[in-house]
Write a protein that binds this ligand. Structure first.
Ligand SMILES: NC(=O)c1ccc[n+]([C@@H]2O[C@H](COP(=O)([O-])OP(=O)(O)OC[C@H]3O[C@@H](n4cnc5c(N)ncnc54)[C@H](OP(=O)(O)O)[C@@H]3O)[C@@H](O)[C@H]2O)c1
Length: 314
């Protein structure tokens, strides 16, 4: 497994990260099954054995249960904490919390960021979070207030590095201007079904600033591979016979899976995209972890781009 830096920081990560959104097997805590810990443990072990060292969480994944489950497994596997980097996120607040009537919303107020971080540390059972990200831009973000929260968490030794998720380049600039240290990642959806970051300035900004783009749903939630039981509403419409058939042809020629073609396409971008894979199946995790930036030629990369686009290249 190739390695990369997390942005310009001293943290070293595997090129592929593992995403813990689906780790509990459901997004609704009362539905967590009796075998959830075993399934999660097998997935995590497969990821580590495949060379994956970066694990991505959020406080809202299964309403905190994904972090708790991960913390339990982390405690059970000797030496695991030293081998891995833990990333998590805050800033999205569910409807009716903390009191009935509160809307679904984003909250980057200092007190909320600090409290969310402390809760994640507790659920994960660790002293420090390696990478702390703001999940979705808060329309009421005050960059100075976020900077105060981040600085405090860094000074207290609770967080090593910070990043953002789903930010436009202008929002990154607004926050960065108030921060005394660099934002290291912007985690956005990038895949052959979501080409936005190639054209909206996100990847250009990552190249300019030395930030790492992290790609969520790099397999389109499964639709670029063998399908998915659950995708986000925005991903429901993902489909392209033309693209999938070209991927199948390339996969056959290269004796790899379609998932490996999808991830290798991301890995080839010079911004060193870190795809976050979310499978719970150990064999699939092992297979996709073998993806390789050199698998596709420049020409093959463009063939896939052309098949993925609605319109021909200008
Ligand atoms: N920042 C954000 O706003 C945001 C939003 C969404 C996600 N994320 C992050 O991104 C991570 C990944 O998202 P994702 O789970 O949607 O990613 P993904 O890797 O695109 O999709 C994973 C899904 O694909 C299925 N799949 C089907 N065939 C597969 C194959 N051959 N190989 C691997 N998986 C296959 C998996 O099912 P099986 O389990 O049955 O294999 C799983 O349900 C999340 O865990 C989270 O950390 C962040």
């Amino acid at each position: 497994m190739q390695k990369s830096r997390v942005g310009t920081s001293s943290l070293e990560t595997s090129r592929i990260a593992y995403g813990c959104w689906r780790l509990a097997g459901t997004w609704n805590p009362p539905e967590i099954g009796p075998d959830a810990t075993d399934i999660a443990r097998r997935a995590i072990v497969a990821a580590i054995e495949s060379g994956i060292t970066l694990f991505d969480h959020a406080d809202i994944y299964c309403q905190g249960a994904a972090e708790t489950l991960f913390g339990k497994i982390l405690k059970d596997i000797p030496g695991m904490r030293r081998q891995i980097l833990i990333a998590t996120k805050c800033g999205i607040r569910a409807k009716d919390t903390p009191s009935t009537g509160a809307p679904y919303r984003y909250d980057f107020r200092k007190e909320y960021i600090v409290r969310s971080c402390e809760s994640s540390l507790q659920r994960l059972g660790v002293d420090v979070i390696d990478l702390y990200q703001l999940h979705r831009p808060d329309y009421l973000m005050d960059p100075m207030e976020v900077a105060e929260a981040f600085t405090l968490l860094r000074e207290q030794g609770k967080v090593r590095e910070f990043g953002v998720s789903n930010f436009r380049p202008s929002q990154v600039e607004a926050l960065q201007a108030s921060l005394g240290f660099s934002l290291q990642v912007n985690q956005v959806e990038i895949s052959l079904f979501q080409l936005g970051p190639l054209e909206n300035g996100v990847l250009d900004q990552c190249l300019t600033r030395g930030m790492s783009p992290m790609a969520w749903s790099p397999l389109g939630g499964g639709k670029l591979a063998d399908g998915s039981t659950r995708v986000l509403p925005s991903q429901q419409g993902y489909s392209s016979e033309r693209l999938l058939s070209l991927m199948d042809t390339m996969a056959r020629e290269k004796s790899v899976s379609r998932a490996v073609i999808a991830l290798s396409w991301l890995l080839k971008h010079p911004s060193e995209i870190l795809p976050i894979v979310g499978s719970l199946q150990p064999e699939r995790i092992q297979t996709v972890a073998a993806s390789n930036p050199d698998l596709l030629s420049h020409e093959e990369w463009y063939q896939l781009l052309a098949a993925a686009r609605a319109e021909p290249l200008p």
